[in-house]
Design a protein around this ligand. Structure first.
Ligand code: CTP
Length: 401
């Protein structure tokens, strides 16, 4: 798939620079053409000779060396993709502000091709508002950002900041060069995520354990592919602390608020992905004051909420694509298929509690059923990888129907 693709790789100063040696090997095996540019700091972490041998091209670091001038403009124009990995905090800040004090930055500023970055840094540096602002700036430039993942860091601490593994970066590069990569560009994608809370009184509610992580992963994936994402988000604190830049976020609390927001947004959407765990019932009456403890037991009367997926299914046009989830504990397939047809969805993503799926977990194991009768089962993966599988599946199926 990557045969003849021209990939310029910029390496900045981070301990994870050694992983790029393996990435270059993977790319060369796939017959891509690779040219490596390093910042001066990157040379402290990995030897240019290793990279030039593997890439079969000179590794460039300096704007001028031995009386020759490195033509950064030509390099920027040569590439079909400029990957900057690892992206250090320092190089990120310089990119966001247009600094140009080394060859990599001048190649970056002259590049006419798309840019992909894979940051690597300590969690505190990644979370710092300045870094998040700089990442937000790169996003507004339209760059593809492979968010660092959680794990052991060079500092010895555990947290978010690890550069993506070479195999994962490779799969992002492959996805970039596939047709499905740009298919969402400019499309409006409505996504629901998180739980809903149904008030009993001013201090209590009925809710569920949904973390919102699956819907957030879908939102990230769609944003990365250029979609205009509208995220209708229930009270999911973990998601609210994440990077929501470049998306329209509508915060809601109850199923009814989520329903209203979706009904307003859906008519102009190309696609709706309903990942929220919406309450099926709410208290029949909400007390205006705190319900006081009595000496007798208390029975709650619950009434049904509106089914948002079914409501969107009822007004869906043939051009719109509607995807729902089904969380089941038994008779998984028959329940999922029943939801697919009853709610008039195009796809149902089944996750089974008996198969390892769990609210709050970082991984998920899914099977996707389509109204055309197809069924695709996947292994257990991170929710980010699951989001990629979902989007790839519906775009691929869309190409063949
Ligand atoms: N859903 C919705 N509105 C509701 C309930 C569910 O939009 N009031 C959506 C969910 O976002 C999900 C799909 O419907 O995409 C299936 O949700 P699930 O809870 O598995 O199914 P239910 O229809 O609620 O059925 P049950 O709880 O009986 O399994």
């Amino acid at each position: 798939m990557l045969e003849g693709k021209k990939i310029a790789i910029g390496i900045s100063g981070s301990i994870s620079a050694y992983k790029i040696v393996h990435l270059v090997r993977l790319l060369i095996k796939q017959k891509a053409e690779v040219k490596v540019i390093m910042t001066p700091a990157a040379r402290d972490f990995v030897a240019p000779l290793t990279l030039s041998t593997l890439s079969k091209n000179d590794v460039l670091t300096d704007l001028a060396a031995a009386d020759t001038w490195a033509n950064h403009v030509a390099l920027g124009r040569w590439a079909d993709l400029l990957l900057i990995a690892p992206l250090s905090c320092n190089t990120l800040a310089k990119m966001a502000h247009g600094h140009c004090d080394n060859l990599l930055l001048s190649v970056y500023l002259s590049a006419t091709c798309p840019v992909m970055v894979s940051p690597a840094m300590d969690e505190d540096m990644w979370q710092h508002p300045a870094t998040q602002k700089n990442i937000g700036t790169l996003r507004t430039f339209g760059h593809i950002i492979l968010a660092p993942h959680h794990g052991e860091l060079a500092s010895g601490l555990i947290g978010q900041g690890r550069m993506e593994e070479p195999e994962v970066i490779l799969s992002h590069i492959e996805a970039f060069f596939s047709n499905t990569q740009t298919a969402l560009s400019g499309k409006k994608v409505l996504i629901t995520a998180g739980p809903t809370q149904e008030a009993l009184d001013p201090v209590r509610f009925i809710g569920n354990h949904s973390s919102g992580k699956m819907g957030y992963a879908l939102a990230l994936e769609c944003r990365r592919r250029g979609a205009n994402v509208v995220l209708v988000l229930g009270p999911a604190p973990a998601v609210l602390q994440q990077d929501l830049s470049g998306m329209t976020v509508i915060k809601v609390t109850s199923a009814e608020e989520m329903y209203q927001a979706c009904m307003e947004q859906f008519p102009t959407a190309d696609m709706a992905l309903m990942a929220a765990a919406v309450a099926d019932y709410r208290p029949a009456a909400v007390s205006a004051t705190k319900i006081k403890k009595q000496n007798v037991d208390l029975a709650l009367q619950l009434v049904k909420t509106r089914d948002i997926l079914a409501a969107l299914g009822a007004i869906k046009t043939p051009q719109q694509l509607l995807l729902g989830f089904a969380l089941e504990t038994d008779h998984e397939e028959s329940h999922a298929l029943e939801k697919l047809h009853k709610k008039n969805a195009d796809y149902i993503v089944l996750n089974s509690l008996s198969d390892g799926a769990a609210f709050g977990a970082d991984t998920n194991k899914i099977t996707i059923y389509s109204r055309n009768g197809s069924k695709v089962a996947f292994d257990s993966k991170s929710k980010n990888a699951v989001a990629q599988d979902i989007i790839n599946t519906i775009l691929k199926e869309g190409e063949t129907t």
